[in-house]
Design a protein around this ligand. Structure first.
Ligand SMILES: *[C@@H]1O[C@H](CO)[C@@H](O)[C@H](O)[C@H]1NC(C)=O
Ligand SMILES: *[C@@H]1O[C@H](CO)[C@@H](O)[C@H](O)[C@H]1NC(C)=O
Ligand SMILES: *[C@@H]1O[C@H](CO)[C@@H](O)[C@H](O)[C@H]1NC(C)=O
Ligand SMILES: *[C@@H]1O[C@H](CO)[C@@H](O)[C@H](O)[C@H]1NC(C)=O
Ligand SMILES: *[C@@H]1O[C@H](CO)[C@@H](O)[C@H](O)[C@H]1NC(C)=O
Ligand SMILES: *[C@@H]1O[C@H](CO)[C@@H](O)[C@H](O)[C@H]1NC(C)=O
Ligand SMILES: *[C@@H]1O[C@H](CO)[C@@H](O)[C@H](O)[C@H]1NC(C)=O
Ligand SMILES: *[C@@H]1O[C@H](CO)[C@@H](O)[C@H](O)[C@H]1NC(C)=O
Ligand SMILES: *[C@@H]1O[C@H](CO)[C@@H](O)[C@H](O)[C@H]1NC(C)=O
Ligand SMILES: *[C@@H]1O[C@H](CO)[C@@H](O)[C@H](O)[C@H]1NC(C)=O
Length: 491
């Protein structure tokens, strides 16, 4: 667009010299020309208006890249070719190796310029910034032969889909400190289509790899980029500390992109996830901490996690999930200012007998649900186990869950909290809720084995299991039926 506009004056001059006298010879031609000019300018004006004034945004053909580290490299310094065909694994590995020698001097930055940089999986190093320039795409090779196998995660005991080894991630890191992945909205594209197809056709013998997986690491920042079409979970921080995820766009098809969760904080503590747009083929976010007996033995909880200012969408699972793998325990999670739209479920806690562990001190505040089937859901019979070695008497403890300022419209079942005699749900609080429903009959606030309270009036009318308090916190009506069950999956 810029080129066309900037080169047009010379074309005009050229045309003008040749055609000017001829045109002037006829009044009609001049009149017609005038009309053409008027219509053309109207057209250009309107196009720019519609494009979001792209003409004013475009004049900078190259946005200077910020410098975060004392030493900065360009991926092309290592022989990479961004044509979408050349395999650049070696260039990435050389770059990372070079940066790994700079740790004591403040580390290094690797700029990935505009282009399509095809690569097999590679590892990051500490004190490294990976910067994806505008229009740069790191493309994952979609042939599993190039993907190294790794041992199962200790807290899962298995690959998630197959026993034994699992594929590593496209971008991987272990035992790192101080890693930044950022950019001017460049993209990491997992080309998951091939993987999803092979998975459905049962052609894979190992669990698919995530797009980005950082393990046993601390001080990680991932921001200002787009992640798309991961083979499996998109962004998987595992047993990490101090992780910030900010301003990401995470995309995968809403259907037929199996297990493409957006972000899976797994046995992590001190995490912030904010300002992201996530629309994927499974949970947008799923907080985890290991699977049954393996997770119990590993014993590393996920805790101190703040999630805020997100727009999320999931047609297969939920916007924000906790579990179902939670055997190391999950506590102190805050979810604030989240919009869940056109989705199957909004916020979901899922677990099962055999998991052990706990889910406690979880608060949801200022959530908006727009056209979702089920708004708030707690499910305690998510019976998916790694093997028969789990302890069926290992009941997870669920308590201290609060929901406040919950609003929405077009919700079929606003609340479905399904505890059981073995896994009762304790100390649940509702305050300030108004969710417009699409289903006018009974059973829209479904409960079983739930105790807790409602403060003030909420809509829809709460189930009888909960105590009622007024706004001042005075008990108005004590529940007599915390174990009553009114769950209906048919609506
Ligand atoms: C990287 O190098 C290429 C080729 O030399 C150049 O076209 C590009 O502008 C450079 N990009 C950055 C971000 O330095
Ligand atoms: C990345 O590091 C892990 C752990 O150190 C190792 O097992 C794996 O083979 C490495 N992957 C690549 C592609 O070098
Ligand atoms: C988010 O990142 C984009 C580039 O990806 C940038 O243009 C935008 O300003 C960032 N927004 C915030 C709030 O940081
Ligand atoms: C970043 O790119 C994605 C995918 O192309 C786009 O959907 C998103 O709006 C972009 N974000 C910004 C801040 O420009
Ligand atoms: C899976 O295993 C079967 C049987 O051992 C083998 O024929 C096939 O090539 C393997 N597939 C992959 C993708 O490794
Ligand atoms: C957390 O990590 C960030 C880098 O992402 C770093 O600046 C900060 O100092 C770390 N905080 C703590 C408490 O270590
Ligand atoms: C992300 O983009 C915003 C807006 O351009 C900028 O303020 C912020 O510093 C960027 N973050 C990083 C880590 O580059
Ligand atoms: C509630 O969240 C929405 C985004 O979903 C945000 O626009 C609004 O400012 C938030 N309200 C408060 C009081 O924080
Ligand atoms: C109930 O949960 C709330 C948080 O939702 C917490 O502040 C309170 O201490 C809990 N009460 C008990 C008795 O555990
Ligand atoms: C409800 O069930 C729980 C757990 O099964 C039990 O401990 C409690 O005493 C029951 N409450 C009532 C009022 O029956």
């Amino acid at each position: 667009m810029v080129e066309t506009l900037s080169s047009s004056p010379s074309i005009w001059r050229f045309n003008h010299r040749r055609w000017f006298p001829a045109l002037f010879s006829s009044y009609k031609t001049l009149f017609a020309l005038l009309w053409i000019v008027v219509f053309a300018s109207l057209f250009i004006w309107q196009r720019n208006f519609v494009d979001g004034i792209s003409i004013f945004r475009r004049p900078l053909p190259f946005r200077p890249l910020p410098r975060f580290r004392p030493v900065v490299f360009n991926l092309t310094d290592f022989g990479a070719v961004g044509d979408g065909v050349t395999v650049n694994t070696l260039a990435f590995e050389k770059a990372v190796f070079t940066i790994s020698k700079l740790g004591k001097k403040g580390g290094g930055q690797l700029n990935v310029p505009a282009g399509r940089w095809l690569t097999a999986p590679f590892n990051l190093t500490s004190h490294m910034t990976l910067f994806l320039a505008e229009d740069s795409v790191i493309l994952g090779l979609d042939d599993e032969k190039y993907w190294p196998l790794m041992p199962p995660l200790p807290s899962y005991g298995y690959g998630r889909e197959h026993p034994g080894a699992r594929y590593g991630s496209l971008i991987h890191g272990q035992n790192l400190k101080d890693v930044v992945i950022t950019g001017h909205n460049g993209t990491i594209d997992g080309q998951g289509q091939t993987w999803w197809k092979k998975y459905r056709q049962k052609l894979l013998n190992h669990t698919r790899g995530p797009l980005v997986q950082i393990m046993y690491s601390s001080d990680i920042l991932i921001s200002n980029i787009t992640l798309r079409d991961s083979p499996f979970w998109t962004l998987h921080p595992y047993d990490c500390k101090n992780v910030t995820i900010r301003n990401l766009t995470i995309l995968a098809p809403l259907f037929e992109a199996p297990n493409t969760d957006g972000i899976d904080p797994d046995s992590c503590e001190d995490m912030l996830i904010e300002d992201c747009y996530i629309s994927v083929g499974d949970d947008a976010i799923a907080i985890k901490s290991g699977w049954d007996q393996y997770g119990v033995a590993y014993g590393r909880p996920s805790k101190n996690i703040l999630i805020r200012n997100l727009v999320v969408r999931s047609m297969v699972s939920a916007g924000i999930s906790i579990g179902s793998e939670m055997s190391g325990g999950i506590s102190n999670v805050r979810v604030e200012n989240v919009l869940v739209w056109n989705s199957r479920r909004a916020v979901r806690i899922k677990t099962a007998a055999g998991r052990g562990g706990y889910i406690e001190d979880i608060s949801y505040k200022n959530l908006t649900f727009e056209n979702v089937r089920v708004g708030i859901i707690i499910k305690t019979d998510y019976n998916e186990h790694p093997d028969m070695g789990f302890d069926p008497k290992a009941f997870p403890v669920i308590r201290g869950i609060s929901y406040s300022s919950i609003h929405g419209e077009g919700v079929r079942v606003p609340v479905r909290i399904h505890g059981s005699a073995d896994i009762p749900i304790r100390n649940v609080t509702f305050r300030d809720m108004s969710v417009g429903t699409t289903y006018k009959k009974k059973h829209i606030f479904q409960c079983a084995y739930v105790s807790g309270r409602v403060i003030g009036t909420i809509f829809p009318k709460p189930c009888e299991n909960l105590d009622l308090y007024d706004e001042q916190g005075t008990l108005v009506k004590k529940s007599v039926s915390e174990n009553a069950s009114d769950i209906d999956y048919d609506i």
